[in-house]
Design a protein around this ligand. Structure first.
Ligand code: GCU
Length: 653
């Protein structure tokens, strides 16, 4: 495939195919949509770089062939190099496609020396992106809710795009990092989007047709009230016979249009979305209703666990939003259908820069579970700030509820809210492409070292990059999450953002709001007491050892201290600093680090394509401005509350 016009090649520039494209390649991929992709990718690469697709029986440098290997599944593949031939085998077409991209990633290394047979298979079956895209532009949220990369890739002018070239290029990028599922519309399903399920399913089918050759199944967010709003029924009660029949029939028609449709995503009884509570039914009843409709066709319902009271009275200290998902869902363990997947945000609140891993994960052993992260940077700089989330996700994925080291797995699937749109660089901030790539690769292998994944991304995106560029990109990206954390809300307390759009600081922006997101700063101290002994009891939702670790400020990790405890400004952290001095120091450091990253980026101007360099440079100006604003507002706020001056006498306002 050629670099499609003005669409940024991201991690698949044609030069990334040089090694493969200059070889003699023998493909026995068979027939089918993904096999077709393998054939055309190789033909294209060979045409460009002087290689040749050779017939069966001929000598070849690279052989891709089917094989019956036990336990490989449809997506796994083997890779080996012996006697000058590199061989990829797989039981399914998808496996061959992933094997091909593996060879692309390795570049010349795939064709040097000898390599014993390696078996590669994804650790997680579902590796999914949820697009919070609206078909119609929403008056408040715009087209893409929490989208920072332009308009929707799928929808324009109130309908599915007629020209799906960008979607095709997107599917290709996703396949190259291992993503195999995409939900094409917002979890908040508004009036227009509700119709995608029924009379507008043809538009979804057109998108699914384009994604299929890349091994991606298409999913749809649906409203729980569909039988009422679309079917004209008087109720959406999950136990009502007519409702069950309606869903069965609607789903049958979906599969008529899209034979390999992935299933539904549902946000129910959450932030105003309809759900089973209205009928006195449980969320298991709700999820199982849709699961039953999908079951005959092999579809899955992803049922979101983001259920909490968003109309809380801030005076009410007995309600803790962090507790909500666990309290709602653990009593239902074992009651969800086998094709219902509970989709749980990685933290108990809402994608803050620092949260503990949700205690719900690990507390429902008899329920299929997917962990949801946010690639779109709602709370991490909105793709104006550089914030590579690989280390954050990796930390969450390595967490084990019982405190063991990486035994067993955390979940059956990983889902990210997508950060891509119709922006020329896909993600607004060109360096945010690294988040999308890293997500896919961590979903394939949650134990992977995120830094090694970043190396891959750098090498693919900038083929032949000189060391200075590689080092520069690492310098800018490696610590960017930590930098962002330093100049924003301290020690896990979260929020402190401008209400509504969530960009930039407002320390008390959510302090007296109904959203359940408070820091409780007063003249003496700050933080939320979530201990079992004196607080909301949230810490006790964890199994041991975490319940004990988090229960006491003495053992609670510094970075989560204010999430779990209300402490005085003079409280001494494990680092040896007081809380107040930590706040001052990190806020000064965070700005200095952002300024330093900007300086490093400036020095890479001769090595990066001008438009890309300019886009990032422009974003750095905004990041530094905003980081200073964060620093000064947070530091001034805490100086005024506490009366404790900065020990180093720097300017605090
Ligand atoms: C956040 C976000 C909303 C989104 C919600 C969700 O609260 O601000 O825009 O709808 O998460 O995950 O459903």
């Amino acid at each position: 495939m050629t670099d499609p016009g003005d669409i940024d090649a991201a991690w698949l520039p044609s030069a990334a195919f040089r090694a493969v494209g200059s070889r003699r390649v023998l493909v026995r991929a068979g027939e089918g949509p993904q096999a077709g992709t393998v054939h055309s990718e190789l033909a294209e690469a060979c045409a460009r770089f002087g290689g040749r697709v050779v017939p069966d029986g001929a000598d070849a440098d690279l052989v891709l062939a089917p094989a019956d290997v036990d336990g490989l599944g449809d997506e796994g593949f083997t890779f080996e190099r012996r006697g000058g031939t590199t061989t990829v085998t797989a039981s399914g077409q998808r496996g061959l496609l992933y094997g091909l991209f593996h060879v692309v990633r390795l570049g010349e290394d795939a064709f040097t020396g000898e390599r014993a047979r390696e078996v590669h298979r994804p650790a997680l079956a579902t590796r999914m992106l949820d697009h919070w895209d609206n078909v119609a532009v929403h008056p408040v949220m715009g087209q893409v809710e929490r989208g920072y990369a332009g308009g929707s890739l799928f929808w324009a002018d109130g309908r599915a795009r007629g020209d799906l070239d960008r979607v095709r290029a997107y599917g290709r990028l996703l396949a190259a990092c291992g993503i195999n599922a995409v939900a094409v519309n917002n979890v908040n399903v508004h009036a227009t989007e509700a119709h995608l399920l029924t009379d507008r399913i043809g538009e979804v089918a057109a998108i699914a047709d384009v994604l299929r050759p890349y091994g991606i199944r298409t999913h749809l967010s649906v409203t729980f009230a569909a039988p009422v709003v679309l079917g004209g029924l008087p109720t959406a009660d999950p136990l009502d016979e007519a409702v069950r029949t309606w869903w069965a029939e609607a789903t049958r028609r979906v599969y008529e249009a899209i034979g390999d449709f992935g299933g539904y995503v549902v946000k129910a009884d959450s932030e105003g979305q309809p759900g089973p509570f209205a009928y006195g039914r449980s969320h298991a009843d709700g999820a199982n209703l849709l699961a039953a409709a999908l079951e005959p066709y092999g579809g899955t319902v992803h049922w979101r666990a983001f259920v909490y009271d968003h109309r809380q009275d801030w005076r009410d200290r007995s309600t803790d939003r962090a507790r909500a998902a666990y309290d709602h869902f653990t009593p239902l363990d074992g009651r969800f259908a086998p094709n219902a997947v509970l989709q749980v945000k990685h933290g108990p609140m809402d994608f803050q820069v620092r949260e503990p891993v949700s205690p719900l994960i690990g507390a429902m052993p008899r329920t299929r579970l997917a962990v949801e992260v946010q690639a779109t940077q709602e709370y991490t700089g909105q793709q104006r700030h550089v914030c590579w989330l690989g280390p954050m996700w990796s930390e969450a994925l390595r967490f084990r509820p019982d405190g063991s080291v990486s035994a067993g797995r955390l979940a059956d699937g990983l889902v990210a809210v997508s950060n891509a749109g119709d922006d020329p660089f896909w993600t607004g901030h060109p360096l945010a492409q690294a988040n999308l790539y890293t997500f896919g690769r961590l979903a394939w292998d949650p134990a992977a070292d995120p830094r090694a994944v970043l190396d891959e991304w750098i090498a693919l995106t900038h083929p032949g990059a000189p060391e200075r560029l590689v080092d520069g990109l690492h310098a800018v990206l490696d610590g960017s999450w930590s930098t962002y954390e330093k100049y924003t809300a301290p020690l896990g307390v979260g929020f402190m953002v401008q209400p509504g759009h969530h960009y930039g600081p407002s320390v008390d922006g959510y302090e007296y709001s109904p959203w359940g997101t408070y820091h409780f700063a007063d003249r003496d101290g700050v933080g939320v007491d979530r201990s079992a002994a004196t607080g909301t009891g949230y810490a006790a939702q964890y199994a041991k050892p975490w319940s004990e670790v988090y229960e006491s400020p003495e053992t609670c990790p510094d970075e989560l201290l204010l999430f779990f405890h209300h402490v005085s400004y003079g409280h001494v952290l494990h680092s040896g600093k007081t809380v107040i001095q930590h706040i001052y120091d990190t806020h000064f450091e965070g700005v200095e680090e952002a300024e330093e990253a900007r300086r490093v980026w400036e020095g890479l101007a001769d090595l990066v394509e001008p438009a890309r360099h300019a886009r990032v440079a422009e974003r750095f100006e905004e990041q530094v401005r905003c980081a200073r604003e964060w620093r000064d507002q947070v530091n001034s706020y805490f100086l005024r509350k506490s009366g404790v001056p900065d020990g180093r006498g720097r300017t605090v306002y």
